[in-house]
Design a protein. Structure first.
Length: 145
């Protein structure tokens, strides 16, 4: 019984490697970028945010293994849909004005991203610097009344 289950799991694990989603590993071209308030803001953004919020994703080795590849691609697709600095001005809803709020509230970077991307773990001072730079670059989200 356990032998058949183990074989079934192995066959399933091998089989899902042939699902094409999350296996392109290519980035779309950079269309345009925002005018950053400083090179420091751009540097901090690139370290902490660009993998999901630009067309300059660096795919780690484990992004080639399903189902992890699916989850990574889904996060990248969603990140780019909401806020993509490589398609600045060409998307209807490029929520740059929400970037500082997301960082300030701790919603970004995502908690599960940080263990495998230590470069995205900013110090408190770097976080404050990035928030200030994001506000200067994109503005502040206006509260709806």
């Amino acid at each position: 019984m356990i032998g058949k289950l183990a074989i079934g799991i192995i066959v399933f694990a091998i089989g899902i490697q042939f699902v094409p989603y999350g296996k392109t590993y290519t980035n779309p071209p950079i269309i345009s970028e925002p005018t950053w308030d400083s090179t420091r803001t751009k540097e901090l953004f690139n370290n902490a945010c660009a993998n999901c919020h630009s067309n300059e994703t660096k795919y780690p080795w484990y992004s080639k293994i399903a189902p992890v590849s699916w989850l990574i691609q889904m996060d990248i697709d969603e990140g780019r849909e909401h806020f993509n600095v490589s398609a600045w001005g060409s998307q209807k809803k490029n929520k740059g004005d929400e970037a500082a709020k997301e960082l300030r509230s701790g919603d970004m970077p995502l908690w599960f991203y940080l263990p495998t991307h230590p470069e995205a773990k900013l110090t408190n001072e770097e976080t404050k610097e990035l928030i200030t730079g994001l506000v200067k670059t994109f503005g502040e989200e206006k509260e709806e009344k």
